[in-house]
Design a protein around this ligand. Structure first.
Ligand code: WTA
Length: 699
């Protein structure tokens, strides 16, 4: 239940009073009123919002139809059945033609290197999207086809995703930090027929030869008898082709005409940065700019049903196999647009910047779909917070006069280490609203963000949500919901949270337990791609009738929600969820490893890090070389984000008599906490001393 009033005083923050002027939700009473309306009459609440968008044909069935209880049949959610629309049309054509925003900047693109930047208007973006959509159609891409996208943060990434949705194709974006193995696994799982990528890019001062990773992934796909039809490559780094494994003729070097979405040339970096050699296989590879040359910039959208799939985005699964989270068109449009508008109190002259990579759900919902649906102007950033130095974020905020800044707690903690100096060199005067996402924010980082970055003026939107939820679920609203550092505060419109105990009973008032949702909201995922049963098992089996988040949660006596972290075998490293099973299976593939168990360990910047226990096979010695090999193995299998911080030699692991590894004990060993609690179910207690004596030195 939402309380009637918020207590005054104590550790509660409001931001500057001016935030309430013209706010969409000016106070807590108004929030409560809108919230209750959204719960009691979702059809009227969302129906009114739906009117702001374009539907080719209206809904014919009921507004919302669903079943959350698997014991009563298949779990499903259907919204606005019968209506047809196109999300790209709503993001671009509607803004250009109906709202007359054609000349408004959609994105200020800020490259990895300062000085490398460009801007693109809504009209410009629409033209590029239409061209690429025509290219895809000409290549034979049809409605429902899956297209893999593996790209750095460049405008062509947005162009590629919107071109897919314009023609009804389903994009599956893979974060460009994932390994070739992970990319291959994702391409195979959803049978992607096309891949869109780039030659390479700089991350800070590190050159990433993306195309090389792509080629490895495609080779692995071929070994498993799957052939991607075309690999479309954006020339971003400006490298030249070299004949690849197919040994076919090399397409002649195209004139270095400036890409429409390319930043300014930067003399300084042009000289110091290398151009890569791009491995080239003329059978499948084709340059983006070659294809776009002749393409028309007009393209009739494919009118899709609201419940048609929009995209697939893979997220870690506790069994180790990533899940293809599938979202659908209508509900995702309504929900990302509405959360963006209210949570960031969006105003037409705002300059909004979300630092997330589009490869994650935050980038999907709050770099692309939510802001564009509102006709907003955003900054899109290719770089990292510490390059060329640790004041880059603040410099970019001043450069574009950013009003709304949305980032991750891990970035805040990282920058906090450099002190206030790099921040104070810039004014940050334009800032009105701050936001965080991805993991719980510790109060110390919250206070630094609030006081130093926001000068005590800007409310902080600590937004709790998941890949599965598509948009914000528990979050403050700038003028309406005062913040407590570390709490995501209250549910967004249409969201009905509950806290359950072990036996599935709903807990009232002050309580702690499993966080679940009782009713669907428009952008709830609809299935796991190709495996509806897995969808039901993961999210609905444990507590029939509820969507289970996998997070623990506490409600305080004022009704505020506090997310306490994952309660499954997931580790949140720098805001990225990893499954311990996935890391374990990467370790076990090493020839010397007999068994592995991975647990999370607290980390001052990353939030959590991976602590691995490995049992080697007889005849193998635990050396530094083995440790390095194991770390590399995980990097190669999953990607650099999954690199373990610690690998400990564990000749014996703590197991129950039935052979189940007791991770609870391993977590204590990793943290050097000697109070192990009840160990009576341990098969062999003697392993404990050895585990403690072999502990890795941790920070
Ligand atoms: C965690 C990211 C606390 C949580 C949008 C969730 C958070 C997982 C918060 C989803 C927050 C995300 N406070 N924890 N504000 N936001 N989480 O799918 O454990 O990458 O289940 O989506 O991140 O991560 P995902």
């Amino acid at each position: 239940m939402i309380p009637d009033k918020i207590p005054v005083g104590g550790d509660i923050y409001y931001g500057a009073a001016e935030i309430t002027k013209g706010a969409h939700v000016p106070n807590f009473q108004k929030y409560k009123e809108l919230y209750l309306h959204s719960i009691q009459n979702p059809e009227e609440f969302w129906g009114k919002i739906a009117k702001e968008f374009y539907w080719k044909t209206p809904q014919t069935g009921s507004f919302l139809d669903y079943n959350f209880d698997h014991t009563k049949g298949k779990v499903y959610v259907k919204l606005m059945e019968g209506a047809t629309t196109n999300i790209c049309y709503n993001l671009l054509d509607r803004n250009v033609y109906d709202k007359k925003l054609g000349d408004k900047i959609a994105f200020y693109w800020e490259g990895n290197d300062p000085g490398d930047s460009m801007e693109i208007t809504y009209k410009g973006l629409l033209q590029q999207v239409c061209k690429f959509a025509n290219v895809l159609r000409a290549q034979g891409v049809k409605k429902g086809d899956r297209i893999a996208i593996y790209m750095p943060m460049i405008i062509e990434l947005v162009v590629a995703m919107l071109a897919c949705v314009r023609i009804g194709a389903i994009h599956s974006i893979v974060f460009a930090g994932f390994s070739s193995e992970s990319l291959c696994e994702r391409i195979l799982d959803s049978r992607c027929t096309f891949l869109v990528t780039a030659d390479g890019f700089y991350r800070g001062d590190k050159l990433i030869n993306l195309k090389q990773v792509v080629d490895e992934a495609l080779r692995k796909c071929r070994e498993r008898n799957f052939h991607v039809r075309k690999c479309i490559v954006v020339k971003h780094n400006g490298g030249t082709e070299e004949a690849g494994e197919a040994e076919t003729s090399i397409t002649p070097e195209s004139p270095p005409a400036k890409r429409p979405c390319q930043g300014k040339d930067n003399e300084e970096t042009k000289n110091t940065h290398h151009k890569i050699q791009v491995p080239w296989n003329a059978d499948v590879d084709v340059w983006w700019h070659e294809l776009l040359k002749e393409a028309s910039d007009e393209c009739e959208p494919e009118w899709c049903k609201t419940e048609d799939p929009l995209f697939i985005l893979y997220t870690s699964g506790s069994t180790g196999k990533p899940k293809g989270v599938q979202h659908t068109i209508g509900g995702y449009l309504l929900y990302t647009a509405t959360t963006f508008k209210y949570v960031f109190n969006y105003q037409p002259d705002d300059i909004y910047w979300c630092t997330a990579d589009i490869g994650w759900i935050t980038g999907h919902s709050y770099v692309t779909y939510g802001p564009l649906a509102n006709g907003a102007t955003s900054v899109m950033f290719e770089g990292i917070p510490t390059y060329p130095d640790s004041s880059r974020f603040w410099e970019v905020i001043d450069k574009y006069k950013v009003t709304t800044f949305y980032t991750a707690p891990t970035a805040i903690r990282l920058l906090m280490k450099f002190g206030d100096g790099p921040v104070k060199r810039f004014s940050r005067q334009s800032l009105k609203i701050l936001g965080t996402v991805g993991e719980p924010i510790n109060p110390e980082a919250w206070h630094w963000y609030y006081t130093v970055i926001g000068n005590g003026r800007c409310p902080i939107m600590d937004t709790f949500w998941q890949t599965e939820t598509g948009g914000h679920m528990i979050t403050p609203l700038p003028a309406a919901i005062p913040q407590k550092p570390g709490s995501a505060t209250f549910p967004f419109f249409g969201v009905v949270p509950a806290i359950l105990n072990e036996s599935g009973e709903e807990l009232e008032g002050e309580a702690e337990g499993y966080l679940v949702f009782k009713k669907p909201w428009p952008s709830i995922m609809r299935t796991v791609y190709g495996n509806h049963e897995r969808f039901e098992t993961i999210y609905f089996k444990r507590f029939p009738g509820y969507f289970v988040t996998g997070d623990g949660c506490r409600r305080d006596r004022d009704g505020y929600y506090w997310i306490t972290g994952r309660i499954d075998d997931m580790v949140n490293v720098s805001g990225h969820l990893l499954s311990t099973a996935e890391v374990e299976s990467a370790l076990i593939e090493h020839a010397a490893v007999a068994e592995a168990a991975v647990v999370s360990h607290p980390h001052p910047v990353k939030g959590e890090s991976l602590y691995c226990f490995v049992t080697l096979k007889d005849g193998h010695e635990f050396t530094n070389t083995v440790v390095t090999e194991l770390k590399n193995q995980v990097r190669e299998k999953i990607g650099p984000i999954a690199t373990p911080d610690y690998i400990q030699n564990a000749p014996g692991l703590p197991k129950t008599r039935s052979g189940k590894i007791m991770r609870r004990i391993l977590r204590k060993v990793a943290r050097n906490e000697e109070d192990l609690g009840d160990v009576s179910t341990l098969a062999d207690e003697s392993v404990i001393d050895e585990l403690f004596s072999n502990r890795c030195k941790t920070t």
